[in-house]
Design a protein around this ligand. Structure first.
Ligand SMILES: NC(=O)C1=CN([C@@H]2O[C@H](COP(=O)(O)OP(=O)(O)OC[C@H]3O[C@@H](n4cnc5c(N)ncnc54)[C@H](O)[C@@H]3O)[C@@H](O)[C@H]2O)C=CC1
Ligand SMILES: CC(=O)C(=O)O
Ligand SMILES: [Mg+2]
Length: 570
């Protein structure tokens, strides 16, 4: 993001005066207030006299960032800037996206969430409590935003943060982090967004025992109480902010599914872990299949970790196979999903969760397969040996699960194995890219959920694509907002996946290091392409409420830029 825009920004109306201006990050620009602005806003004497440009401020802020001793300190540093001067924060993150995304987002956001009650400085977002559902409306109204003012709300209940589990109220930082990516990548106007913490308690004893813990100090609410609370949130949020897209992030598996199933046909909503992850995975697989020279229907797909993300990934791949002409049964038969009890098989009874059932293999198919009685079921290595997969996807949160033996076995039967360890944060990746390339003699087509440095091998540099829903949700959100979509449909998700995959169309598939995903440094352009595709799909499908003559122009015009608009002191 550069500090420039092709259109002159509209003046910003400011009613606050004096210290109240400096205390509000949405209007504060600190030392960049000009002499005239300082006089108009009663700031004379409250700021050192010399006026800096935003460029100069950004230079200083970057130097301060670089001085921080570690990633958590960098995260705190950026949070402080975010709390002081929002435009400068986005200017900085946009200018250094590759360097700062791992700080505001995965992996460091995971550490910030674990440390939330220790590192807490200021609140950000809206905290709703299951113990006070009657306060939902009052709390959402306390944002100061009216019916036309909200485009997007990211909500979490903190139960399934990345792969690190239940972190209670600290989960608010994943909503804040996702919104930062929405703005830095797609130019969603940050003043028209809300992070929401749905605090239903926590089952992490360490938090309940911690005197500094800032969330509700009781176990998670029972299902009826939980569902009533979620319903009160959806009903109130959509009544107060009828234009808002409701994004769900990092819920526990059962709740994530139930919520999506309940609301997806009623309101404009999507679950990032199920649908955003499914779309980015599909993009990587489409590009990978092209590079491997094997049409999608001929692939054999093993998904390791059949939870929220894993089954979301399988669902979109299955739809893509159906679109290629396979019947639903034929498409489903291309999958072998492995979870904590081993390969999903139809005889697993109540160990199978309802959303896993369609992917369970017939029990007699695996009669003579080796079982691991400690699971008890067919383990991943046996599945790989028997199935000879061409695609191996990791959404298990089990760091190192793709062992050398497993990967070498896969590579024995596949010219270009597609291996996507998607688990976050970094330590939970099922394998690292350097190992994957070593074990496959450089043949593997790899992308990972968290960022990894490029790998040097035999004089070739392999850039590692980030198979992270961050390639999808910012553009999906912007497209939905521009179209004023009434729903997020499967077709919009497919359009997003295709748009991401097209960003690697000109890559030379014959090269060993051909990318399967566009790099993060191009995230702004990728997000724009996704937004255009999504808004177009919404219009074609009849769920767009905005008239869109020129989708590309509408998307470009909708982008918020982190500039300082002229001040109108009212
Ligand atoms: N790259 C991306 O864009 C995304 C990555 N993820 C990552 O995927 C991972 C899983 O996230 P969710 O699906 O939300 O969690 P989840 O808890 O719904 O799913 C994890 C699944 O792994 C299974 N599992 C646990 N231990 C296992 C073992 N030893 N062997 C096989 N399976 C095992 C669990 O039973 C569960 O079904 C996390 O690390 C998360 O960061 C999630 C969403 C997006
Ligand atoms: C990326 C993401 O949404 C996750 O790891 O949960
Ligand atoms: Mg997530």
């Amino acid at each position: 993001m550069t500090g420039t825009s092709d259109t002159t920004p509209r003046p910003l109306k400011i009613t606050a005066r004096g210290r109240a201006v400096l205390a509000d990050p949405r209007i504060n620009r600190g030392t960049a207030f000009t002499g005239a602005e300082r006089r108009a806003l009663d700031l004379v004497g409250l700021i050192p006299p010399h006026v800096l440009t935003q460029d100069e401020q950004a230079e200083r802020a970057y130097a301060q960032f670089r001085q921080q001793p570690d990633d958590l300190a960098k995260s705190v540093n950026l949070t402080n800037l975010h709390d002081r001067n929002e435009a400068l924060f986005y200017r900085l993150v946009g200018d250094h996206l590759e360097e700062m995304l791992p700080i505001v987002y995965t992996p460091t956001v995971g550490t910030a969430i674990e440390r939330y009650s220790y590192e807490y400085r200021r609140p950000r977002g809206i905290y709703l409590s299951v113990d006070a559902p009657d306060d939902i409306e009052r709390s959402l109204r306390a944002s100061g935003l009216g019916a036309d003012d909200v485009d997007l709300i990211v909500a979490t209940d903190g139960e399934g943060i990345l792969g690190i589990g239940d972190w209670g109220v600290g989960g608010i930082d994943i909503a804040v982090g996702k919104l930062a990516v929405y703005t830095a990548a797609a130019g969603i106007d940050p003043r028209r967004t809300l992070p929401v913490m749905l605090d239903v308690g926590t089952n992490r004893q360490e938090l309940l025992d911690n005197p500094l813990y800032l969330g509700n100090r009781h176990p998670r609410a029972d299902r009826d109480t939980y569902d009533a609370f979620i319903d009160a949130y959806v009903t109130t949020a959509t009544r107060l902010f009828p234009k808002a897209l409701l994004h769900w992030e990092d819920f526990g598996t059962a709740n994530a599914r139930r919520i999506l199933d309940r609301y997806r046909d009623r309101v404009c909503t999507f679950n990032d872990d199920i649908q955003g992850t499914g779309a980015v995975n599909l993009a990587a697989v489409l590009s990978g299949a092209r590079a491997a020279g094997l049409p999608l229907p001929r692939h054999r797909i093993v998904v390791f970790g059949a939870g929220t993300a894993g089954i979301g990934v399988a669902e979109q791949l299955r739809d893509a196979l159906v679109a290629e002409g396979l019947s639903e049964a034929e498409a489903t038969a291309r999958f072998w999903c492995v979870d904590r009890y081993g390969l999903l098989t139809a005889d697993q009874g109540d160990k199978l969760r309802d959303f896993q059932v369609p992917y369970a293999r017939p029990a007699d198919e695996v009669d003579d397969w080796r079982r691991d009685e400690s699971l008890p079921g067919v383990p991943l290595d046996e599945v790989v040996r028997r199935v000879r997969p061409t695609i191996l996807i990791g959404t298990s949160g089990q760091g190192g699960a793709f062992s050398e033996t497993i990967v070498r076995e896969m590579a024995r039967h596949s010219e270009r194995p597609i291996i996507l360890p998607m688990s976050n944060p970094t330590a939970l990746a099922e394998a690292g890219p350097a190992d994957l390339l070593d074990w496959t003699d450089g043949k593997a087509l790899v992308a990972t959920g968290s960022p990894f440095a490029p790998v040097e091998r035999d004089g070739t540099t392999y850039e590692i694509g980030q198979a992270n829903n961050a390639l999808v949700f910012p553009g999906l959100g912007l497209g939905a907002v521009v179209a004023r979509a009434s729903r997020v449909t499967d077709r919009m998700l497919r359009a997003a996946a295709d748009a991401v995959a097209r960003r690697t169309d000109d890559a030379d598939a014959a090269r060993p290091n051909t990318p399967v995903l566009p790099p993060i440094r191009d995230l702004r352009r990728t997000s724009e392409a996704v937004a255009v595709a999504v808004a177009g799909a919404a219009a074609e499908e009849g769920v767009a409420r905005a008239g869109l003559d020129d989708v590309e122009a509408a998307v470009r015009a909708a982008r918020w830029e982190p500039v300082y608009p002229p001040v109108d002191a009212v």
